[in-house]
Design a protein around this ligand. Structure first.
Ligand code: GLU
Ligand code: ZN
Length: 284
């Protein structure tokens, strides 16, 4: 089968060494297998995304020696596709509206219970279920966050799994256990009030839309993959192979984040470094 992979940055800041590693790893996987490398701009966060950062992404990746076929898919142009997927879930009674803010969730989650620390999921605190009983019939509301009924979802799908490739010579099946998904992931947000979708929903819809066979991304998204596999099962979408790669860390051992502009590729370029130097810095 023809391999298709992608690099899917959000244009909310400069690309840094961690992005370079991710993009190079995906591009080289495609090249090694005679496959296709796609670029996708994940700009659903309209408040933080900037056209300048998108232009900088094209510049930096081209400088690194990467190429990709056009047109580049931009998630901000795909909102109707995400709404259609949400409608399917809504009509099946798998979503409910939620009006909690972060503070509400913190307060409800840490209300004295059995004394255990509130569980943390891939998106932070596991949602304590405050809005779970809210009516979720009639037309799907557009002005409110929508959460997935994880228990109902897992009752529909049963146990799931995905194929994880940790290295070229090592792969295995990762199980998504229904009880664990309910307890450790919980009712994640699939549509944020301010963006009509969420990272989890749009990444799943678009990986299927672009016929991605192999998702290459950082280890920090490994736990979120269970959410994606649940959504793929609910929406009848294929499950790609996943390759979660090591994270690039700074000298203190902390993984690089968007705010680590000191490690921006553009800065190294401006200092006169060559693409080969950047490859060496990330251990390629
Ligand atoms: N836009 C996401 C990020 O910047 C992409 C994650 C993914 O590859 O699934 O981390
Ligand atoms: Zn709520």
């Amino acid at each position: 089968m023809h391999l298709v992979t992608r690099f899917a940055p959000s244009p909310t800041g400069p690309l840094h060494l961690g992005h370079a590693f991710s993009a190079l790893t995906a591009w080289e996987l495609a090249r090694a297998q005679g496959g296709t490398f796609l670029l996708r701009i994940e700009d659903i966060d309209r408040a933080r995304s900037r056209r300048e950062w998108e232009a900088a992404i094209y510049d930096d990746l081209a400088w690194l020696g990467l190429d990709w076929p056009g047109p580049v898919l931009r998630q901000s142009e795909r909102i109707p596709a995400y709404r259609a997927a949400l409608e399917i879930l809504w009509r099946r009674g798998l979503l409910y509206p939620c009006t909690c803010n972060r503070r509400d969730i913190r307060a409800a989650a840490s209300a004295p219970q059995e004394g255990d620390a509130p569980p943390m999921g891939p998106d932070g605190l596991v949602y304590p279920g405050t809005c779970k009983g809210r009516p979720a019939t009639g037309a799907m509301p557009h002005d409110v966050a929508l959460r997935l009924h994880m228990d109902r979802a897992m009752a529909e799908t049963g146990p799931l799994s995905f194929e994880e490739h940790t290295a070229a010579d090592h792969c295995g099946q990762v199980a998504v256990d229904p009880a664990a998904a309910v307890a450790e992931i919980g009712d994640v947000v699939l549509a944020r009030r301010d963006m009509a979708t969420s990272y989890h929903l749009s990444v799943v819809v678009d990986d299927a839309h672009q016929a991605i066979t192999d998702v290459v991304r950082g280890r920090d998204l490994f736990e979120a993959t269970a959410i994606h596999v649940v959504l793929q099962a609910l929406l009848g979408l294929p499950v790609p192979r996943y390759h979660h790669h090591r994270l690039i860390r700074d000298e203190a051992g902390k993984r690089l984040a968007k705010r680590d502009d000191a490690r921006a590729i553009a800065l190294y370029r401006a200092e006169g470094l060559r693409p080969g130097d950047v490859r060496a810095m990330v251990g390629l």
